[in-house]
Write a protein that binds this ligand. Structure first.
Ligand SMILES: NC(=O)c1ccc[n+]([C@@H]2O[C@H](COP(=O)([O-])OP(=O)(O)OC[C@H]3O[C@@H](n4cnc5c(N)ncnc54)[C@H](OP(=O)(O)O)[C@@H]3O)[C@@H](O)[C@H]2O)c1
Length: 411
């Protein structure tokens, strides 16, 4: 079970807009998209999914081949057996390519004749280079990555000139959060400003996941590595640095979830939303269940030196010790986020294929990343199969503060 919501405060006393999507696994009244007709010229595009043997990449491959059965899917990974199993699941339009993203030769080989590469082979934290983006630009291949790290996303942005010169469209941070949450933030700010409801003053992201959210072991590394990063947030235009997993707030996530504690994390959407959308106060908080995971995460920031939490090989050892326990608890609390995630990533892939992304390296909230006209389609694809998708409703339906407007996606 996972849920996120965004709150935008414009300083206006009037309620503005809210979107909410919910899934119960029962009656589904939201749009359910079986097939997507992409333009004829991209119908048979070749999509390389790096990390395609993992949870996020593998499920993205399945979702894409369901939406567009004519797409050619290439599963990229280091493990032939896992690759063969995935290809078997996908059918005749799929194949495996052995590739290590740290080996530029194998990347170059894998990217030959590929139209779009989807990079899900994390973790992105503490990675020294954007090897896949570099190779994509070199090969003139469109690019999407599900990066959830601030430094990595900013480094990706520094390839703007090269991507423009090579005429390559690229999106960084294109998952669910960050990703769909950025597009929602952009729509929220656009709705507020275009309706003359005042200038956006504060935007807060709140994320909640029960257990690991069904993601793979990499997501555990990601969480630990994030605990080693100082949190960057913005207060009235000023950049502030805060302790990770501090600043607890008790947020009402609404029906079915209720009030949950959420804590500060260093996430890329905070900086990008501040810079791209010009919101002066921005922060992101995350919480998980059962509650003792939150205590454990907070304790780690006190018990372990930050250098240990920033060291990928030490974190890998920690993950090996914790992973069996996390999987056991997942069994008890549920693990539905991965499905929502893959619909989000598939929605970004389709948007790029449909020509909604300009050459250059973009965050999802930038109109050159996902054009304003394409946002509604992307959000409807990403939220499909839900029982509720509400726009322009009063915020009291999910939040109690009447001065704030919120968007939410609920699994
Ligand atoms: N933006 C978002 O909304 C969002 C949400 C969820 C997850 N994520 C990110 O998505 C990433 C993947 O998560 P996951 O749950 O799918 O993890 P996972 O199940 O552990 O999968 C990771 C995949 O990456 C592959 N991989 C790792 N290192 C590689 C390398 N050097 N070369 C080639 N392949 C490599 C692994 O394959 P082998 O080890 O078998 O080679 C595996 O298939 C994480 O970084 C996570 O933070 C983003």
């Amino acid at each position: 079970m996972a849920r996120f919501c965004l709150q935008l405060n414009t300083g206006s006393s009037r309620n503005l807009a809210m979107a909410l999507a919910a899934e119960t696994g029962q009656r589904k009244s939201g749009t359910v998209i079986e097939r997507v007709e992409v333009p004829q010229k991209v119908k048979n595009s070749r999509i390389l999914i790096l990390g395609g043997t993992g949870r996020v990449g593998g499920s993205t491959a399945v979702a894409l081949s369901k939406f567009c059965p004519d797409l050619r899917i290439i599963i990229g990974g280091r493990n032939r057996d896992k690759g063969a199993a995935m290809v078997n699941k996908l059918g005749k339009n799929a194949k495996f390519s052995e590739v290590d993203i740290n080996d530029s030769k194998s990347l170059e080989e894998a990217m030959k004749d590929v139209d779009l590469v989807v990079h899900t082979a994390g973790p992105f934290q503490q990675a020294k280079k954007c090897t896949v983006l570099e190779a994509a630009i070199q090969n003139k291949t469109a690019y999407l990555e599900v990066c959830d790290d601030t430094s990595y996303a900013q480094r990706a942005k520094s390839y703007m000139r090269k991507a423009l010169d090579a005429n390559v469209p690229a999106i960084t941070s294109g998952g669910i959060y960050p990703g769909v949450s950025n597009v929602m933030a952009a729509e929220l700010v656009r709705a507020a400003t275009s309706e003359g409801k005042g200038e956006p003053q504060r935007l807060r992201f709140y994320y909640y996941t029960a257990g690991s959210g069904g993601a793979g072991p990499t997501i555990l590394s990601t969480s630990f590595l994030l605990l080693g990063e100082e949190v960057v947030a913005y207060n009235k235009g000023e950049k502030i640095k805060l302790k990770p997993y501090s600043g607890m707030l008790n947020i009402d996530f609404g029906q079915g979830i209720g009030k949950k504690d959420v804590f500060l994390l260093n996430l890329p959407e905070v900086r990008s939303i501040h810079e791209v959308l010009g919101v002066p106060t921005v922060s992101a908080r995350f919480g998980t269940a059962p509650f003792f995971w939150n205590w454990g995460m907070a304790a780690m920031t006190y018990l372990l030196p930050a250098e240990t939490l920033r060291d990928r090989s030490k974190v890998q050892q920690l993950v090996q010790s914790f992973d069996p326990l996390v999987r056991a608890v997942d069994g008890l609390v549920g693990e539905k986020v991965s499905m929502r995630n893959v619909l989000s990533i598939a929605a970004f892939v389709l948007a790029i294929l449909e020509g909604s992304t300009q050459p250059g390296v973009w965050f999802p909230e930038e109109p050159e990343g996902i054009s304003i006209e394409a946002r509604e389609t992307l959000l409807s694809r990403a939220s499909q199969g839900t029982i509720n998708f509400i726009m322009n409703k009063a915020p009291w339906m999910v939040e109690t503060d009447p001065k704030e407007i919120g968007f939410g996606i609920y699994d």
